[in-house]
Every structure is written in structure tokens, then in C-alpha cells.
Write a protein that binds this ligand. Structure first.
Ligand SMILES: [Zn+2]
Length: 143
């Protein structure tokens, strides 16, 4: 039994349904389950692999490809933000407002609010270019 699933009862998917409808996404059964896991438990950083094992733990079968497709649809709809650290793994962040990250030795992401970081001098930009975003990654190691 998944700890997020109450004993013997299906999860309440009402909030997930509203979220998908509001984002213009068709609320298919797999998407509803994934949205419930992603958005109804507070802010999260998850990889597709983590989400797949969470779904499996709830006893609901969703194909890996369906999970990837749903995550990409959520990203296009602005419900999650893709975060790539070192090109190894793509994280899907349910906190979509601008912010930075710390990554610990175990590979877990921790949010850094955008307003606690101030950047000093940035290099001159190539002609005709402007900054679209700046994302800081602080890598941690045990002391
Ligand atoms: Zn984040």
C-alpha cells in the first residue's frame, strides 16, 4: 500500500481533474493519477523513474511511455518545469515560479527562492541577445 493512498479507498481525484481541465489537458485516467501524485502532495521534484515507481506502488498500472508523455504534456501546459542537472536526469518541478536549486550528494534537489540570490556582474551579452533566465545550481557535499 502506498503511504499516500488511504487504506482501501481510491484517492480523491477532484483537484487533479480541475487542474488538468484548467490547463486545457484532457483528464485521462493515467493523467489524473499522475497529476494526483504530482500536485496534490505539496511542491515536489520528481524524475519520470521516481513517478513510475510511485504509480506502481499505488497498484495502478501506467506504461512508462504514458508517464513520459504525460510529464511532457504537463510541462508544455506550464504545470511543471523541466530541470536538467548535469545532463544526466530530467527533474520535473511542480514549483514553476522562477527559483534556483541546490543538489545534494544523493542527487536530491532543494529549492532556493529566487529573491535570496543576487547576481553581481554578468558578462556582456552577444549582440541582439537578452537574458531570458538565469538558473543557479549549488552543488552540495557532506562536511
Ligand atoms: Zn525547484
Amino acid at each position: 500500500m502506498h503511504p499516500l493512498q488511504s487504506a482501501g479507498r481510491a484517492p480523491d481525484l477532484t483537484a487533479a481533474h480541475h487542474l488538468l481541465r484548467h490547463a486545457g489537458l484532457r483528464p485521462t485516467r493515467p493523467r489524473l493519477r499522475l497529476a494526483w501524485l504530482l500536485f496534490c502532495q505539496g511542491p515536489r521534484h520528481v524524475s519520470a523513474e521516481m513517478l513510475a515507481s510511485e504509480v506502481a506502488a499505488t497498484g495502478f498500472a501506467v506504461a512508462q511511455g504514458t508517464i513520459y508523455n504525460a510529464l511532457n504534456a504537463f510541462a508544455r501546459a506550464g504545470l511543471v518545469r523541466e530541470v536538467v542537472i548535469d545532463g544526466e536526469r530530467t527533474w520535473f518541478d511542480t514549483h514553476v515560479a522562477p527559483h534556483h536549486h541546490m543538489v545534494d550528494a544523493a542527487g536530491h534537489l532543494h529549492d532556493i527562492p529566487a529573491d535570496v540570490v543576487s547576481l553581481g556582474n554578468l558578462p556582456p551579452l552577444p549582440a541582439g541577445q537578452e537574458i531570458a533566465s538565469v538558473e543557479l545550481v549549488v552543488r552540495l557535499r557532506p562536511k
